[in-house]
Structure formats: C-alpha cells, structure tokens
Design a protein. Structure first.
Length: 395
C-alpha cells in the first residue's frame, strides 16, 4: 500500500523520528559515546522499519520534500552569518590547505573506484558510479551525472549512483562522530587547545548572548538574507556554472554580518541565528533520513559492495590521518575530520551534523564551522563537476 504524505506530514514525521533518535541516544550509551547524530540514529531505525514493510508488500510512503530544502537554506543562511572577516583572516592558510585536501579527495575517490573496478573485472563506469559522483557529490550529483553515464552506455547508472549516495549518506554519518571522538581522546586535544587562536575567536562569538526577545529579529534577518540571496543566486547562474541553491543567501548573510561588525549600524543576533540554524539542520537531516530507501542497497551486486567498501576504507584513512595531520593535529582538526566524513561521503549538511554531535559533547570549533561550509558548499561541487567530467571522458 502506497501512502502519499504532504510537506507538513513529512515534516511532522521527520520530527517524531528525530525525537525518537534523541531518546535512543539517552537509552543506548554507545550512540552517545560515539557522537552519532540524533537524526541519524532515529532515521536508521525508521529506514530499517520501512524496509521491512516494503519487502513484505505491506506499506510504502511517498514524501513531499519541499520543506527539506527550505530547512537546508535556512541552515546555510545561518552559517553565512558566521563568516566575519576577522575569522576568515585567521583561517586563511587553513582554508588553502583544506581546499587542497578536498581536491585530492575528489581525485582519490575516482581513481580508487576505477582501479578496483578493473581489478574485479567490471566496467570502469560502474566503478565511477561509486566515486566522487555519489560520495562528495551526494544525491544531487548522482541524479545529475547518472543519466550522463547512461548516455555513455551504462544501463541503470542513475540507480547505481543513487544507491551509492544512500550508502555514503549513512556511512559518512556513522563514521564522523566516532573518528572525531577517538582523535580528541587519544591526543587529549581539549587540554592542548585552551590557548589556541580558535579559542580566542570563540570568546568573540560568546559576546552574542541568547535572549528570547531577539529570536524574532534573528528570524527576520535570516528571511531577509534568504530573499536577497535569490538575486545573488540568479546572477551567479548567468555564469553557466552550477552553484548550490543556498549560496546566494550565504553571501548576503556574510555581507550583513560584516556590515554589523564594522559599522555598528546593524546588530546581528548571531547566537539566536545559530540556534535557529541548528534546529533547521536537525529537521533537514531528519527528512533526509526518513526518505532513505534501503531496498536500493539490498539489490546491489557484490562488485558494487566491494567498490563501496573501498570508498569507506579510503574515507577513514583520509579523515583519520591526512586531514587530522595536515590541518594541525589539534581540536579543530579533529572536528574537521568528523566533518570531512560527512560531506566526503554524503553532503555538507551531514558534515555539519557530524561536527555538531562532536561539539555538543565537547566545545565549539569556530574554524571547523567556517571551513566546511565554505569549502564544502562553494568549492567542492564545482571542483567535483569538473573532475567527474574529466574522468568520464578519460574512461
């Protein structure tokens, strides 16, 4: 039986699943211990239940995902408000290093996928369908490049890419928190970071206190940035390059923040904005998780499972060693390692959820919350599209 849910019912169901995840984290210590995000915990439970119902031809839901995109834009708009010039100056060198790491990850994912495909004797295009298309690209890029691979002769490429993206979404969310937790405990990073630049920046952020009376103004500021951001997004679209829908809102939010910082003519309620953004992040991820179709993974052939296992191993090594070491071996680097698992195998919101799970347990990381959205949103998709095009033509 197929039941169609409208956007309000979808949001309500996602919220219930989110609350179930929060309850599970309180009752199941391992979820809290390894910083598994509440939406992921509840979402996986729900996805497994839906899989059982689907396989027995009992029940299937069809969702209206309109509000998922709205929540995503609100969240990234709140992130844009964090991008003040002082913070960006502090993160200049780190930003370049992190960008190089992301570029290397794109090429590593595609190179490994083609190599494994050749070793197990399958079409390299099958391998490419598990590379950076679904990993860094997520479901959006999978939907965009799947048909292109089909045009090159790979039947069912869109299904393969989508299934791999679904796996990446789950695996990246499950890996990030434990990796960040392990690095923090192993190297006693909280003790070592007490006098770091990031802590100085954090003190500046703490000047913006949360007040109930400011939440309305914060919501209005987000709405203004979102509305004005559509104009920026339209102008960017004239370049014929593909940008995330929320990039214009992030740019406007950053402009508003810096006008407030340097002119004192505009008070940005950053604390309240961050809270609203965090709520919308949880709702976005909740909707994303309930719409997972695990039966897409159940039908995967053994070669595809081997390819995905290879990507998982690559992601672990890359995050645990390369990202952590090259980003400075400190607390920020550990949080970034957790975040890289999110957008390296799923999407930037998953990266933010991973980092939120870690920072909620320990302490905030301003550097990580600036670098991941900027690099993951503004550069990763563009670089990934170019790299994918090159690899498709190469094979």
């Amino acid at each position: 039986m197929l039941i169609k849910l409208d956007m309000y019912q979808t949001l309500g169901l996602a919220t219930v699943v989110l609350l179930i995840g929060a309850w599970m984290k309180k009752k199941i210590r391992v979820l809290e211990k390894f910083c598994i995000p509440a939406p992921v915990a509840g979402g996986l439970f729900y996805a497994i239940l839906m899989y059982a119902l689907y396989e027995n031809n009992i029940l299937e839901f069809e969702y209206d995902e309109t509000l998922k995109n709205v929540c995503m834009v609100i969240f990234f708009t709140s992130v844009g408000f964090q991008a003040n010039v002082r913070v960006l100056k502090k993160g200049g060198t780190s930003m370049i290093i992190f960008l190089i790491l992301v570029i290397s990850l794109v090429f590593s994912q595609n190179g490994l996928s083609i190599l494994i495909a050749k070793l197990i004797g399958v079409d390299p295009k099958v391998g490419l369908s598990t590379g950076s298309i679904p990993m860094i690209g997520g479901h959006g890029t999978a939907g965009a490049f799947g048909p292109i691979l089909e045009d090159f002769g790979l039947k069912g490429a869109t299904t393969l890419c989508t299934a791999a993206a679904t796996y990446g979404l789950v695996a990246g969310s499950l890996m990030g928190g434990p990796i960040g937790q392990r690095l923090i405990k192993k190297y006693n990073l909280l003790e070592k970071d007490e006098n770091s630049d990031a802590t100085t920046l954090l003190e500046e952020e703490r000047k913006h206190q949360h007040m109930a009376s400011n939440y309305a103004s914060a919501a209005y500021q987000i709405a203004i940035a979102m509305g004005a951001g559509t104009v920026i997004s339209w102008l960017l679209s004239l370049t014929k390059m593909t940008f995330p829908v929320y990039i214009g809102a992030m740019i406007v939010a950053a402009i508003m923040r810096n006008i407030g910082e340097y002119t004192n003519k505009l008070t940005i309620h950053i604390g309240e904005i961050n809270s609203l953004g965090g709520i919308c992040l949880s709702l976005f991820l909740g909707i994303a998780m309930i719409t997972l179709k695990l039966w897409q993974l159940a039908d995967l052939a053994l070669p595809l499972i081997i390819l995905l296992a290879g990507q998982t191993v690559l992601m672990f090594i890359y995050a645990y060693y390369l990202v952590f070491i090259l980003m400075g071996r400190d607390y920020d680097a550990a949080v970034l390692s957790a975040g890289v698992c999110g957008f390296g195998m799923g999407a930037t919101p998953n990266a933010m959820a991973n980092m939120q799970a870690v920072t909620d347990k320990y302490q905030p990381s301003v550097k990580a919350y600036i670098l991941v959205p900027i690099i993951g949103s503004m550069f990763a998709d563009f670089i990934n599209s170019l790299a994918i095009t090159m690899f498709i033509n190469f094979i």
